[in-house]
Design a protein around this ligand. Structure first.
Ligand code: FHN
Length: 578
């Protein structure tokens, strides 16, 4: 084969004057990972026609020369819980031609025990506070001023000459009825469709960069910001961790960037390190802390990925060189976040807007920082390698009542926006929030509930009230939320939810009876569990733990409960399980 190829090549060269390798050289295609262990990765690729050998590259360095007959390789001696990039080059005899496969990115796993240890606090926490705060909070969901948008039919708020008059995020005030329902749009006969979130205002109203920065400087002062108070409210609500936007899509970081991109310290009169204060207070209070970081989008940086109206490039996308510079900035930011603030969680966002190479570069840089083996990441790097938990947004997924065995966290707004919007009064009720927390917990998830502070650093009163009310419920019922396992009942209970855990070596079941389903006859019918029998049952709120009478029928256990719901939202009944 080799001989005839070379002879044919020589003839071809004579005939055409074109070096044959360029005609016959083939990419080593189909490079893939066929197995991993904590210390090794097995690679396989398709043979490239006429290749005389292969060179396997690991993270850009030649790792091994491989004979042409081999198309698999076990790469050993790797670090566990790290990430790697592999490429395979094919060489062709004495020709200088070399072809290179597409890269593959792969993570070496940690052991299950290591993962369980790393995730332990997060799984026990169940309830956390999300905070969206930044210069957009100063616009509060409303904008009048210059815009890059052109006037459009049925959008009278965009005026000729690049002027925006009264843009509102999400729902315009006149679209919402007094009871919070959305009115019907007479033009379509359907309810008005929501627009973008308040924190998206720079993008949605297409505010020119210089104007956004001007408004940031003039209106975002954080003058009443009190990290201790934020932490107190989170803690009293029963939350065990806080995740705050260290840089949202507008690209203005809340941490000092020291000339390496926009920050509130550089772009406003704020001289405090607001994140340092929050981290310190959270630590003092025993709360964990995570930083949200929007890694791909950055509307105030020419290198921010995807379509950015403010870019003057023909397609409004960042030129490749600008992206490359931006990538390095992101890496430095993330290194700062990890080294200087010692965060517990990195909460990425909108990673699908980035390229695989960028994702690898960022994660590789993180893995090289000592001590990062303890960090927890959400799944929005979108590299399908390093995400520790799924992040359903604004919804509770249709998970089986007994959970799906994965780690997940629902993040949700308290009203319609993540960032502060002064006109948004559609607040969820405390009743709804508590029952959502129970529902999520019963299916093995966490609840990350959002607060959108104002530009002065205070929480909206409606948020403060809800946090306090949830906190009252958690003070009595938190035991049935924290560190619990998903419900053992399938199908779903029709009167509420269940959680369970081991307390002092004993198996305990918590029945969460929703007030709206409280049994009118005082008989709570609980399905029997095949592998367990029920011992004593009592109300969690009853300090005397008085036993509730219980009878067992064929399929169910019937508990005699008070005639009226004990708690106006959800009453917890403890059942000792044998
Ligand atoms: O675009 C953002 C949005 O502003 C907000 O930050 C949420 C929170 O999960 N994440 C993005 C949308 O998925």
């Amino acid at each position: 084969m080799r001989t005839s190829f070379c002879r044919a090549a020589a003839l071809l060269m004579v005939a055409t004057g074109i070096p044959v390798a360029t005609l016959h050289a083939q990419l080593p295609e189909g490079l893939k990972v066929t197995g991993t262990t904590p210390q090794s990765v097995t690679l396989a690729w398709k043979a490239a026609d006429n290749a005389s050998s292969y060179q396997v590259y690991r993270d850009g360095q030649l790792y091994r020369n491989v004979h042409a007959a081999d198309t698999t390789l076990v790469v050993s001696g790797l670090q566990s819980f790290d990430i790697y990039c592999f490429t395979v080059k094919a060489t062709y005899g004495n020709s200088e031609t070399v072809t290179q496969s597409n890269p593959v990115y792969v993570a070496t796993p940690e052991t299950q025990e290591q993962r369980d240890q790393r995730m332990a606090w997060w799984r026990e926490a169940r309830f956390g506070m999300f905070i969206h705060w930044g210069p957009y909070s100063a616009l509060a969901g409303h904008y009048s001023g210059p815009t890059l948008l052109q006037p459009q039919e049925n959008q009278p708020w965009i005026q000729p000459g690049g002027v925006m008059k009264d843009y509102y995020s999400c729902f315009r005030p006149e679209w919402i009825a007094a009871d919070g329902t959305i009115r019907t749009n007479p033009l379509t006969g359907k309810t008005y469709e929501r627009g973008g979130y308040a924190e998206w205002i720079m993008f949605d109203a297409q505010i020119p960069r210089e104007e956004y920065l001007r408004r940031t400087r003039s209106d975002f002062h954080a003058e009443k910001y009190d990290a201790k108070e934020w932490v107190r409210m989170a803690k009293e609500a029963g939350m065990k961790y806080i995740v705050i936007t260290s840089k949202h899509h507008d690209g203005i970081a809340l941490f000092p960037t020291h000339g390496d991109g926009h920050s509130i310290q550089a772009d406003t009169d704020i001289r405090r390190d607001v994140l340092r204060e929050l981290v310190d207070e959270a630590r003092k209070a025993g709360l964990k802390i995570g930083f949200y970081y929007s890694q791909a989008l950055d509307w105030n940086d020419l290198g921010g990925m995807d379509y950015v109206p403010q870019n003057e490039t023909p397609d409004h996308r960042a030129p490749y060189d600008a992206q490359a510079v931006y990538n390095q900035k992101v890496i430095r930011h993330v290194q700062t976040i990890i080294r200087d603030y010692g965060v517990d969680i990195l909460w990425w966002d909108m990673g699908a807007h980035s390229k695989p190479e960028f994702r690898y570069q960022v994660m590789k840089a993180i893995k090289q920082i000592p001590g990062t083996q303890r960090l927890i990441f959400n799944d929005r790097m979108e590299d399908h390698m390093t995400g520790d938990f799924k992040t359903p947004e604004q919804s509770i997924p249709d998970t089986p009542s007994t959970g799906d065995g994965t780690d997940w966290e629902t993040c949700m707004t308290l009203n319609d926006n993540w960032g502060y919007a002064a006109h948004d009064f559609r607040w969820k009720t405390t009743h709804d929030l508590i029952q959502k927390l129970i529902d999520i917990t019963s299916k093995g998830g966490n609840f990350l509930l959002n607060i959108g502070p104002k530009a002065d650093g205070t929480f909206p009163q409606e948020s403060i009230d809800r946090l306090a009310e949830v906190g009252k419920w958690m003070a009595v019922n938190g035991e049935a939320i924290y560190a619990t396992q998903p419900s053992p009942f399938s199908p779903q209970l029709d009167w509420g939810r269940a959680t369970r855990k081991t307390v002092n070596g004993k198996e305990v079941l918590y029945l969460h009876v929703f007030a709206q389903h409280w049994p009118k006859d005082g008989k709570l019918v609980v399905p029997r569990l095949p592998s367990a029998s029920f011992g004593k049952a009592y109300l969690l709120s009853d300090t005397k733990q008085k036993a509730l009478p219980m009878t067992t029928t064929g399929e169910a256990v019937v508990l005699r409960v008070p005639a009226k719901a004990v708690d106006p939202v959800s009453t917890t009944i403890v059942v000792e399980v044998k």
